[in-house]
Design a protein around this ligand. Structure first.
Ligand SMILES: C[S@@+](CC[C@H](N)C(=O)[O-])C[C@H]1O[C@@H](n2cnc3c(N)ncnc32)[C@H](O)[C@@H]1O
Length: 186
């Protein structure tokens, strides 16, 4: 019997709510986050220029992406979240699993996931996602908001040695549990 927690049901429920608040829909209602500043820091860290392109894995309602100035496409496994990203944050977004990206090799300059890897079922899935991110990216990939510890036992935690040879940076916002960002220049 599969006893894994059903995160898909959580995101489908949040995505199908009446809310038009991206912070609430994307699940950041219990933290203080300056989303414009976080997006600017993300672009600085990955060196994303306005003239370039970026793909987000697990874009949710587009909390950070709505501040992106570059050409942007979001992906999410939940069709309800994709609809919210389009309607609430006015983004281009498609339904897509993180371990099977529906794009050609080297389609985007930058590929990142923010606040997503701890919802994956296991580390094999995370490695398949990283392989896909590398395949569709030209310049760099980032896994952001990775938890080292958590309040929720259903989260998948990642030690930094899961990302060998990557660079690490501090989280894009403050919260009580330790998190970090991982970046790989290609
Ligand atoms: C905390 S929200 C992410 C917030 C989002 N990055 C933002 O800035 O608004 C987590 C999202 O990851 C998506 N997700 C979780 N597992 C996924 C998977 N295996 N493939 C694609 N998306 C996934 C969920 O549907 C949910 O929308």
């Amino acid at each position: 019997m599969n006893t894994k927690f059903d995160w898909d049901a959580v995101w489908d429920r949040k995505g199908s709510s009446e809310s038009a608040d991206a912070i609430e829909i994307s699940g950041f209602e219990s933290v203080v986050i300056d989303t414009a500043a976080a997006c600017a820091e993300l672009c600085r860290m990955m060196d994303i220029q306005d003239t370039e392109s970026a793909l987000e894995i697990g874009c949710g309602a587009g909390l950070l992406a709505r501040h992106m100035k570059c050409t942007f496409v979001g992906t999410d496994r939940s069709p309800f979240m994709v609809k919210k990203a389009i309607e609430v944050s006015h983004l281009s977004a498609v339904v897509c699993d993180a371990d099977y990206l529906i794009f050609r090799d080297k389609s985007f300059d930058h590929v990142y996931a923010f606040g997503v890897f701890h919802y994956f079922p296991d580390y094999e899935y995370a490695n398949r996602c990283i392989a896909e991110m590398k395949r569709v990216a030209r310049k760099g990939i980032a896994v952001l908001d990775v938890p080292l510890e958590t309040h929720d036992s259903n989260h998948l935690l990642f030690e930094k040695d899961f990302f060998p040879g990557w660079d690490f940076g501090p989280p894009l916002y403050q919260r009580e549990h330790k998190r970090y960002n991982a970046y790989l220049r290609l």
